[in-house]
Design a protein around this ligand. Structure first.
Ligand code: ASP
Length: 439
């Protein structure tokens, strides 16, 4: 049995948090591969070390002094080293970093130093081997992650070690320059390491006990999700549920390795299991609810649209020509509606409208703004009658007007369009009917 354990920034923000992580790792000898983030916030108004590094490098790049800023970063790491009573000295590392900042080594290099240094500290603390991610995680010339090369080199490297720390968030380009994933990318590294080491579980330790059925900013104390499938997670995270980096599921999903989201501050909680498929029924018919505000609908009307071959393609071409991705395209007999992100669409709306007129020659185009989409997701919906009925009667009772309904044929989700101002009420109504009243 082997596990990869990834610890997020808040789990490694101070010596006290490091000790909790250390206890977790030492309590289970299958926890062999550790992927740390950079130190995160110790309290609400604190700064993440990654943000401090970006800010510090920004000064270096503009040829401004950055002594104070670098000193503050050093202090964050020194506080951890002292709190753990380690005899580690990072002076040479910092001298090199300072020099590389002056040589303008790039903001990716700068940001990656948080994970790099935290990795060195973690390895010293655990007595594990330190593996610099720049030697085992690779990007190609175009800057895309090179999965094949990484998997080859990383698996060979990990085969040789009993316990290793591989810093998250970065790797190297073919010329050796450091490149990072997008923000939150240590989750992705954890998944890549899990695949390469062929472990049984990828544990992702953070500051919440897994996924919640709904956003706690909208629902008081929402219930947690015990088991969720990759597909369900994809739907929920796309619609705004953020615990894990979106790209983190792909490497482990291909290998059928489950992810277990756990809470460093409550290690006894089981957290959420993310799995390929399961015969475990979710406690409720729905697995989760998520949503986003800020959409526009572009409603296009044309008599006899249903008989015009290629009409949809022409309409979508107008969006494509302007670089706008669409979210949903529900259609009627003589109407077709395209849902898009308002902030993307706003500046280009007249160009898109002109494009639709030119390409599709519609009778009328109407735009509605300030809409929200709510996704009700659940593998249990497929086999349960009346789910849609319950959703819509709950919304009607909550006085929420439904503007759009979209249920994919997979029956995994039902997406509902409502006005922005009805967003919270819609989520509350759906949560109440499925989770609280369990009708
Ligand atoms: N430290 C990086 C960030 O703040 C990466 C991570 O924590 O996953 O985005």
């Amino acid at each position: 049995m082997a596990k990869v354990v990834k610890f997020g920034g808040s789990s490694l923000a101070s010596a006290e948090q490091f000790k909790k992580a250390g206890d977790i790792i030492r309590s289970d000898e299958s926890r062999k591969y550790v992927v740390p983030s950079a130190p995160g916030k110790r309290f609400q108004k604190d700064s993440k070390v990654t943000d401090m590094l970006y800010a510090c490098y920004d000064l270096a790049e503009r040829d401004c002094g950055f002594d104070e800023e670098l000193k503050a970063i050093k202090a964050r790491f020194q506080e951890i080293i002292d709190g753990l009573a380690l005899s580690l000295d990072l002076q040479d590392e910092f001298a090199l970093i300072e020099n590389n900042f002056k040589q303008k080594a790039g903001s990716n290099y700068a940001a990656s130093r948080g994970e790099y240094l935290n990795g060195i500290i973690m390895a010293a603390y655990l007595g594990f081997e330190f593996i610099d991610a720049a030697t085992v995680i690779f990007f190609d010339e175009g800057g895309s992650f090179d999965a094949d090369k990484t998997n080859r080199v990383l698996s060979a490297r990990l085969e040789k070690c009993q316990g290793a720390v591989i810093p998250g968030f970065y790797g190297a380009l073919p010329d050796g320059k450091v490149k990072t994933f997008s923000r939150g990318g240590s989750d992705v590294t954890g998944s890549i390491v899990a695949k390469a080491a062929k472990v049984d579980v990828y544990e992702n330790w953070t500051d919440v006990s897994g996924f919640l059925i709904a956003d706690p900013r909208i629902i008081d104390n929402p219930k947690g999700i015990d088991v969720i499938t990759y597909k369900e997670l994809r739907e929920l995270s796309y619609m705004g549920a953020t615990v894990l980096h979106e790209d983190a599921i792909f490497p482990v999903r291909q290998e059928g390795i489950p992810i277990n989201i756990r809470n460093t501050n409550a290690p006894k909680d089981n957290g959420t299991w993310i799995v390929g498929s399961t015969c475990q029924k979710s406690k409720y018919v729905i697995t989760g609810i998520a949503g986003k505000k800020g959409f526009c609908s572009v409603n296009i009307e044309k008599d006899m649209m249903n008989t015009e071959v290629g009409f949809g393609r022409k309409v979508l071409q107008a969006f494509e020509e302007n670089g706008i991705a669409f979210e949903h395209v529900p259609s009627g007999i003589d109407t077709l509606t395209v849902y898009v992100h308002q902030d993307e669409f706003m500046h280009k709306e007249q160009k898109v409208v002109a494009g639709i007129h030119r390409l599709a020659k519609p009778d009328a185009i109407e735009i509605e703004s300030d809409l929200a989409l709510v996704a009700v997701v659940g593998r249990g919906m497929k086999s349960t009658r009346g789910t849609a009925g319950r959703i819509f009667s709950a919304l009607a009772h909550a006085n929420v007007n439904v503007k759009m309904i979209d249920q994919g044929s997979s029956e995994l989700n039902i997406i509902i369009g409502v006005a922005n101002e009805d967003f919270e009420a819609a989520i509350k109504a759906i949560y109440d009917i499925f989770v609280l009243t369990k009708l």
